[in-house]
Design a protein around this ligand. Sequence first.
Ligand SMILES: Cc1cc2nc3c(=O)[nH]c(=O)nc-3n(C[C@H](O)[C@H](O)[C@H](O)COP(=O)(O)OP(=O)(O)OC[C@H]3O[C@@H](n4cnc5c(N)ncnc54)[C@H](O)[C@@H]3O)c2cc1C
Length: 475
Amino acid sequence: MVTPFIENTEFTPEVLVALRAQIQGEVIVPGDARYDDARQAWNLAVEQRPALIIIVANASDVAASVRFARAQGLGISVQSTGHGVVQPANDNLLIITSRLTEVRVDAETQTAWVEAGALWGMVLEKAQAVGLAPLLGSSPGVGVVGYTLGGGLGWLARKYGLAADSVRAFELVTADGNLRRASADQNSDLFWALRGGGGSFGIVTGMEIQLYPVSTVFAGNLIYPVSLAKTIFARYRDWIASAPEELTSSIVIMNFPPIPAVPEFLRGQTAVIIRGCYTGPVEEGQALLQSWLDWQAPIANLWHAMPFSEAGTISNDPKDPSPGVSSGAWLRDLSDETIDALIQYGVSVNGSSPLVVTEVRHVSGAMARVDKHASAFGNRDASLLLSLIGMAPTPEAAQAVRQHIGQLKTALQPHLTGGVYMNFLEGQEARERTPDAYLPENYRRLMAIKAQYDPDNFFRFSFDIPPVKNAPDGE
Ligand SMILES: Cc1cc2nc3c(=O)[nH]c(=O)nc-3n(C[C@H](O)[C@H](O)[C@H](O)COP(=O)(O)OP(=O)(O)OC[C@H]3O[C@@H](n4cnc5c(N)ncnc54)[C@H](O)[C@@H]3O)c2cc1C
């Protein structure tokens, strides 16, 4: 008989000896020298105190860990990097996959087998070596599996779609401790749920993904003074209206922090940036950008032809762990009113905005062509994705960022679709807004699949998908 979710569990020495005998990786409990280091997420604003941490060495360790947690009545969290913590891992078992980093690329089938702890940069390097590209996002330091389970929108999104749409198969350990394969032919309900449904259905140990023939791209940043913000946003709206799917782009209000890592001419400054990646012939990309250059010389034009292996330089996201708060929403439009709100709350005048990044990404394209019931992922017909990021070195600073984001969203209300993209939410907001990430019928199906595979909700630290067998309409 399992007692679900004991709080502040302490394990007897005998229990730990028996567990360590089964695990090839590392078993860490509070008080161990490694505990504080191991519980630290990449996002330094996350504070978590698991009852037990297991740094797994292989898929058998994952299965043994899940069985142990069940026997002890512990909830289970999983982390590869800690870039996207939804619920802090408190009083539970935290499974860390960071040592499972095998990546095997098959140039012939244009696929890769990727273990659960691999980072996008590892896949990018191996795939580029044979002229192929994975659908990574802005940061090569993000974990492949966590990103993909939430959807996965990167610089090839308009041409090749969501990372989740390019998964061929998952291997995972479900709540009963069994290792399963989920694909179009095997456990197809789980396969459907994992593509967009997050980490609520099991611990993924590896997955097979499709790669694409992309080697050189034309990509970068066009940096303009913030004084031109309103005109630039309006021009961007017109520019993307006819943009080909080879172009995935964004417009960014960036309040550069006054730190040495930022080039001197931008340090402490606010700028508006046209950012993007063109995957067709370089000359076509150059021609697309020319309309901006003809209109107004920027402070800096950093667009250039580059090997896709350098995709991480486009957004230049922080590599080292940082404390941050992030949020987002799907926008209905880039109307003048939307633009005014983004500028009012995004541009920092004498510290008026705690946001570092206010970005609108132009997506749609390939993502919108996939049937909206083909997988759990929702909001496929939306095309403008708002991403908001603020630094949060203290809990008070985090609170100030959240409050500011709340005010911006209130101001934007008529211009939000009501849908959210789970990868850009975190913490409480991610839990509360989970249903808004899905079509109502897809959310009901997710709850039913959850009831089948994890009826006791052991994996309850990801998106909020309760196990409900026959949820009525409207739930
Ligand atoms: C700097 C930065 C840049 C980003 N850029 C993009 C972007 O361009 N596009 C985009 O779509 N997203 C982006 N994101 C969001 C990112 O995709 C999510 O935060 C994602 O969850 C991170 O995955 P992770 O494994 O690195 O993080 P983790 O915090 O380790 O994992 C996040 C969650 O994923 C689930 N998970 C992880 N591993 C497993 C597993 N093996 N089995 C089951 N569940 C698992 C768990 O629920 C876990 O809580 C970015 C985030 C940051 C911080």
